[in-house]
Design a protein around this ligand. Structure first.
Ligand code: DON
Length: 305
């Protein structure tokens, strides 16, 4: 297993030369483009890693998976889908167009920016700070790492340049999808995106989903199987944004990407996989990470279809 992962890193690192690091958040533009790492956490908790798996990066949109878990736990599913649906999208992760033209102003799903921002507002808590703390605590529980924290430079950079997210949030406030203080809500969103993780953290989080809500590392049950099933279903159809269809064909596992270069992939009942490569394809998904997962899925027969 170990040798296989090392060989894969060796044979796939060249893909990092064909992508670009995200620059719309200036701090992310400073990332080293040729990094490539992988971590696997099996259902019995054993872990295997190779390449730059220890290099920290910001979780970015992979945090949307954790927010989705919390919003599902804190709301009745039928009621929740009246505000945020579980429909796929053919547009980019920060697209605003659907909010006006489709779906009665509801965000299409919780994996895109509008859906994640609206989800934070619906998590239990009297203040945005309490909601943020609840989601961060779930992230810490899922990774088994209480020391997880926000990368302050990335957070400030996101906050300074997050006007598209502000547009999405204010638009949703105007249509009644969200209530409350929009600036505080966005602050929670920016902080959640800026939490620093490693491939191992992502793999362990994915393993919790693979094990239907139970952490194979800490042994704790963090959520129920129904919640895990809904999250994995929406990851499959929407986790890679407008690249979700191709990812389903190429990799065939529930996945979620982030512009920090991470991708989380879940092999139900078998393992969680975390990959990282900050050089992205034009849709904002890690190019090297995608290719790594494609090969691993083929070699280990992980395609769920
Ligand atoms: O909202 C943003 O722009 C980022 N903080 C997160 C976006 C993201 O990770 C998209 N993923 N591929």
């Amino acid at each position: 297993m170990q040798q296989h992962l090392e060989d894969l890193i060796h044979t796939h690192r060249h893909w990092t030369g064909q992508g670009n690091v995200a620059t719309y958040i200036p701090e992310l533009g400073k990332q080293q483009p040729d990094l490539l790492g992988i971590s696997v956490c099996e259902a019995d908790g054993s872990r295997w890693q190779a390449g730059d798996w220890q290099t920290p990066f910001t979780i970015q949109s992979i945090s949307k998976v954790v927010t989705f878990v919390c919003v599902l736990l804190d709301n009745d599913y039928e009621t929740l889908t009246k505000t945020i649906s579980v429909a796929p999208t053919a547009d980019g992760f920060n697209s605003i167009v659907n909010l006006e033209t489709k779906n009665e102003h509801r965000p299409l799903n919780a994996m895109i920016n509008s859906g994640a921002i609206a989800s934070i507002a619906l998590v239990k808590g009297d203040t945005m700070e309490t909601k943020y703390r609840r989601i961060l605590a779930m992230m810490q529980a899922m990774t088994g790492r209480e020391t997880l924290q926000v990368n302050e430079a990335v957070y400030q950079s996101e906050k300074r340049t997050g006007d598209r997210n502000r547009a999405l949030a204010f638009y949703m406030k105007s249509t009644g999808i969200i209530q409350g203080n929009v600036d505080e809500l966005l602050d929670a969103y920016f902080k959640l995106c800026s939490v620093e993780v490693t491939c191992e953290d992502i793999a362990v989080m994915a393993a919790v989903l693979a094990c239907d809500g139970r952490s194979p590392v800490t042994g704790k049950t963090l959520f129920d199987a129904k919640t895990a099933r809904i999250v994995k279903a929406v990851m499959t159809t929407c986790g890679m944004y407008d690249g979700s269809g191709e990812f389903a064909v190429d990799v065939g596992m529930p996945g979620k990407s982030g512009v920090g270069g991470g991708i989380m992939a879940v092999s139900p009942r078998k393992m969680g996989i975390g990959v990282m490569g900050p050089a992205l394809d034009p849709k904002g998904n890690s190019l090297g990470g995608w290719k790594l997962l494609q090969s691993l899925s083929r070699d280990w027969d992980l395609n769920i279809f």
